[in-house]
Write a protein that binds this ligand. Structure first.
Ligand SMILES: [Zn+2]
Length: 387
């Protein structure tokens, strides 16, 4: 009896130690590997570029930091984004995206909606609440609630923008805007748009890597347009002043949304234009659709990852920004890093001055740099958030 009890005690201890080891050592290690920054010497930034950078309003349209089990309020030594590093980089506005389902073997060419879901595994491995294991909706709600907790802890550090007036915050306070990466969290129920709005979401993507009940993904199997449910959902989003993110949507869906638009907000949170390498042709929309999106007041966040752009160095990011400006105009281009979105980048958010430097190196005017680095994004949300 005593022996059995002792054995049971030892086994329990081993189990707890193993679980702790997994949570404390393995989870951050996996996170760091999936959201890596390539080794580099500090990027040279001239005094003039730094002075300009320090004076900019900076906004980024896409980070997936809420997917990972870290406290975004605390500085981390891995991954791409947390509040201290956002402040180091001079960022005032950050869109936080919620990834809720992702097919195994995820790729730009084609994914099945039936492929095993990796976010279920991630939710379990990171010990997310049990309710998130089987519900896509709850995963979106939970990620919003995690950001709400950061906001409640210190409003001087972070405010979640629910109205346009929330954009005005004192220096050093980060404004967060919540975005769903795809609308599968609706789980086919239109009322979930209101529920997600109540959780603080003010932007919603329609698709991610697979076709869903709203329509086809750019990386799905059918490449189809909006379904009847998709049309209803988009109309309801606009009724609530939710901005519709067309990143990852099929060309047919984008065409349908732009055709039915009558003053609703559309944007692309992370992506780019089709550049000089083949991978961007799979990840980015054709020029005519991007031009129409810009004509409707939409903005395009330029990603820092391979796929959105050909060359992920700061000079390459600047080059992709300039290509986009040439296509859609100076008022329609913004930053859309996709930080912490299981991507490898050349910098983390504390190093954004390297992009300001690279844009100056390319001869971009100070006025244009202000627009790209955040002015356009601020104007967009000023115009589109509930007044
Ligand atoms: Zn994405």
């Amino acid at each position: 009896m005593t022996f059995l009890r002792r054995l049971f005690g030892v086994l329990l201890l081993l189990l707890v130690a193993g679980a702790l080891w997994f949570q404390i050592v393995q989870v951050p290690t996996i996170d760091g590997q999936m959201n890596a920054v390539i080794d580099h010497a500090p990027y040279p930034v001239s005094d003039a570029a730094q002075a300009l950078h320090d004076d900019l309003y900076i906004a980024d349209l896409h980070t997936d930091s809420l997917l990972w089990r870290r406290d975004v309020a605390k500085r981390q030594t891995y991954g791409h984004v947390d509040l201290p590093r956002l402040r180091d980089g001079g960022v005032e506005l950050q869109v936080f995206s919620a990834v809720t389902q992702s097919p195994k073997g995820q790729n730009f060419a084609g994914n099945s909606s039936d492929a095993p879901d990796q976010i279920t595994t991630l939710a379990q491995a990171q010990m997310w609440p049990f309710r998130t294991w089987g519900s896509i909706y709850e995963r979106a709600a939970y990620q919003a609630q995690r950001l709400q907790k950061v906001e409640r802890a210190d409003k001087n550090k972070l405010v979640i923008a629910r109205t346009a007036a929330d954009l005005d915050q004192p220096d050093g306070t980060i404004v967060g805007i919540l975005l769903t990466e795809g609308s599968h969290p609706l789980e086919g129920d239109i009322n979930n748009i209101q529920r997600l709005y109540d959780e603080g979401y003010r932007a919603m993507g329609l698709q991610h890597f697979f076709d869903n009940r709203l329509g086809g993904s750019l990386h799905g199997e059918t490449k189809g347009g909006l379904t009847t449910f998709g049309r209803e959902a988009v109309a309801e989003m606009w009724r609530l002043s939710i901005s519709v993110d067309l990143a990852h949507s099929s060309e047919a869906v984008v065409r349908d949304v732009l055709a039915m638009n009558n003053g609703g907000a559309v944007f692309i949170s992370h992506g780019g234009v089709r550049g000089g390498c083949s991978v961007t042709n799979q990840r980015n929309l054709p020029s005519d659709l991007l031009k129409e999106l810009a004509r409707q007041g939409g903005i395009i966040g330029i990603g820092y990852f391979e796929g959105a752009i050909c060359d992920i160095t700061p000079a390459g990011i600047a080059g992709a920004i300039i290509d986009a400006v040439e296509l859609v105009g100076i008022d329609a281009v913004a930053l859309g890093s996709d930080f912490d979105g299981t991507v490898t980048t050349s910098l983390d958010t504390s190093e954004l001055a390297a992009i300001t430097q690279a844009l100056l190196d390319r001869g971009m005017s100070e006025r244009s740099i202000r627009a790209i680095m955040g002015g356009n994004a601020r104007d967009f949300f000023q115009r589109t958030l509930p007044q």
